[in-house]
Design a protein around this ligand. Structure first.
Ligand SMILES: [Zn+2]
Length: 299
């Protein structure tokens, strides 16, 4: 593994449900790589989706981290409990507004009135799914008026971006495979991709450790960062996801894997870390492990 020394990385859950075993898998990789490379970990609350995120989920998430004994270098959970924070996306609207304005000076940022039906009609007419750049309704050329209820997209251009993934090796992909990047959705929410790129820049995050389900989102984020003026390129490490016994993806809807429910039922945190290591294939024994023991096996 090659990586810059002393990187800054982040653990960045979205408070759309309870902390579950999938979060613990991510935490083990985030802290594991940070420890191995002599780096530090930021905690960031990714509540950009104002319809799905809830304050009570954030409160529970902070409590769960404390119960597990998982602490970021910055900020402390109490700092987030005490009020507005630069590490909570919903407190940072003006920062995203300013970034969007900056982006609009170097590329087209435009309203898109395409609906699912527009994409479906294009697929029907062309016998294949829509691929970018642009959008199937040609909204950039039509100059659709910006108004509430419409997606806002940024033209990131064509071509590929590649990176040397710390866990997957050399990767590359199309920047606009799904069309020009939405930066704001129809409900007015800043999008995940836009927020994380802006946040990683302003927080000095130079190592992004996340699940392999986000690998395909990376080329657009590399391009977006460059257009926003980021001079360096963060390193990426995409790790395996833990799955249900039937092989399907674990989600927040899996109440049975909620950390708080498992701890309340009498499982120890060491048992939970051991189970996650087993489900990741990192320790077949499933023996209980402390968080420090769990993260020591990464890299
Ligand atoms: Zn459109």
């Amino acid at each position: 593994m090659t990586a810059s020394s002393s990187p800054t990385t982040r653990f960045a859950p979205a408070p759309t449900g309870r902390l579950h075993l999938g979060h613990l898998a991510n935490a083990i990789y985030v802290w594991g790589l940070a420890r191995r490379l002599g780096g530090r970990v930021l905690l960031r609350i990714e509540d950009h989706d104002r319809q799905r995120c809830r304050p009570e989920y954030e409160a529970a998430l902070l409590d769960d981290l404390d119960r597990l004994g998982i602490a970021a270098d910055e900020p402390a959970t109490d700092a987030l409990r005490s009020g507005p924070s630069a590490y909570r996306q919903s407190d940072c609207g003006p920062i995203y507004e300013a970034a969007l304005e900056r982006l609009g000076r170097v590329t087209d940022v435009y309203a898109c009135d395409c609906s699912r039906a527009t994409f479906a009609a294009w697929r029907e007419a062309n016998s294949r799914p829509w691929t970018g750049p642009g959008c199937p309704g040609g909204c950039r050329a039509r100059g659709v008026e910006r108004r509430p209820g419409l997606t806002v997209r940024a033209a990131l251009g064509d071509g590929d971006e590649g990176w040397d993934d710390l866990l997957l090796g050399a990767r590359s992909g199309q920047v606009s495979s799904d069309g020009d990047l939405p930066v704001r959705d129809r409900s007015g929410n800043w999008t995940y991709a836009f927020c994380v790129v802006v946040d990683d820049m302003r927080h000095g995050v130079d190592l992004v450790v996340r699940g392999a389900d986000l690998t395909a989102a990376t080329p657009a984020q590399i391009r977006l960062a460059r257009l926003l003026g980021r001079a360096d390129r963060p390193e990426f490490a995409h790790h395996p996801l833990i799955r249900r016994p039937d092989g399907s993806k674990l989600s927040k809807a899996d109440g049975a894997t909620a950390v708080s429910a498992l701890l309340d039922a009498g499982r120890s945190r060491e048992q939970l870390f051991g189970e996650v290591l087993q489900r990741l294939g990192l320790d077949p024994s499933g023996n209980p492990a402390s968080f420090e023991e769990a993260v020591a096996g990464i890299g």
